[in-house]
Design a protein around this ligand. Structure first.
Ligand code: ZN
Length: 312
């Protein structure tokens, strides 16, 4: 029942104030959306709701051990976390907010990547706090493996250090661009999904003494716009791997089914922050939805993705 305890602490933690993650700002953070609410999220949400995968609410805990499930969320809370203060949330992202912002530009790619890097940093900070509280809970004395929990905490702390470095690189690049990042834009017919993520390629090699691996990342943003799905994908020029290059190329010239398989694999293996429209969710086959949940609820397994979540 440790998962339930973690979910309870997490829920309590959500109510605590957080500090803005922009540079050394000390203002209180508000709820920031990973992708713009107006112009992106609301463009696939006629009802004011989207379907997102998220951790199961502790009040609705199920006995089958499933940790992640699909949940219907209002636009106010979907794909969002306390990341920046009100001032920075509107100031920094001004150029990609509004009615018809240009989203296929280098600046847009940087800003979206910056926001999701900060979101991942917030998650790691929260995880550290949650697991520290778990470690120090007197009621759990003798019931939990403190060694494993301490290991988790150490992992989160290392993650915070890496993400802080990436945040700094992106902040510098946004202020004064040196074309440090390479990005590509793919445009396909609309599939009513959206996503924003940063992930490590399978061939990155982080070691204790070599921080190189920590910067080998792919940034990916799936943005529904009008009748198109815009896919922005890129990496830092100095920290590229053969896998990253091949992966970006593999998104070119896909047919509809190829694209659906590709997005399925992306969501199962690499992306946590994604959502879809209610009509799309309702049109998906339950066998595929269950398969998706079965895969993402398995941890640390090398998965061969053999299904198309979006097949009709
Ligand atoms: Zn701020």
């Amino acid at each position: 029942m440790i998962e339930r305890k973690i979910a309870e602490i997490r829920k309590k933690n959500d109510l605590k104030p957080s500090i803005c993650l922009y540079k050394d700002c000390c203002n209180q953070a508000i709820n920031s959306h990973f992708l713009q609410k107006n112009g992106v999220l609301n463009s696939i949400s006629e009802t004011g709701f989207l379907i997102e995968t998220s951790l199961i609410d502790p009040n609705h805990w199920r006995k089958n051990g499933k940790v992640i499930d699909f949940r219907k969320k209002g636009l106010k809370s979907v794909m969002s976390l306390k990341i920046f203060c009100n001032q920075h949330d509107s100031l920094i992202f001004k150029s990609i907010e509004g009615k018809e912002p240009k989203l296929n530009t280098y600046e847009a790619f940087l800003l979206l990547s910056y926001r999701i890097t900060c979101a991942e940093l917030r998650k790691k900070i929260t995880n550290t706090e949650v697991y520290e509280e778990l470690l120090n809970d007197d009621n759990l004395e003798g019931k939990i493996n403190k060694y494993f929990i301490q290991n988790y905490i150490n992992g989160f702390l290392f993650g915070c250090i890496d993400l802080n470095s990436l945040k700094f690189i992106l902040e510098s690049e946004i202020e004064d661009s040196h074309e440090k990042f390479v990005f590509k834009v793919f445009e396909y017919e609309i599939l009513e999904v959206c996503a924003s993520a940063i992930f490590s390629p399978p061939d990155s090699y982080p070691t204790v003494n070599d921080i190189l691996g920590e910067f080998q990342n792919i940034y990916v943003h799936l943005i529904p716009r009008n009748d198109k799905l815009l896919i922005l994908m890129g990496y830092h020029r100095d920290y590229c791997t053969p896998w990253i290059l091949n992966y970006l190329t593999s998104w070119e010239n896909l047919d509809r089914v190829g694209l659906e398989y590709k997005i399925t694999e992306l969501f199962v293996k690499y992306v946590e922050n994604w959502a879809m429209s209610e009509p799309l969710f309702n049109s998906l086959k339950s066998v595929n939805l269950n398969k998706y949940l079965e895969y993402v609820n398995k941890i640390n397994e090398d998965l061969n993705i053999d299904f198309n979540l979006f097949s009709k």
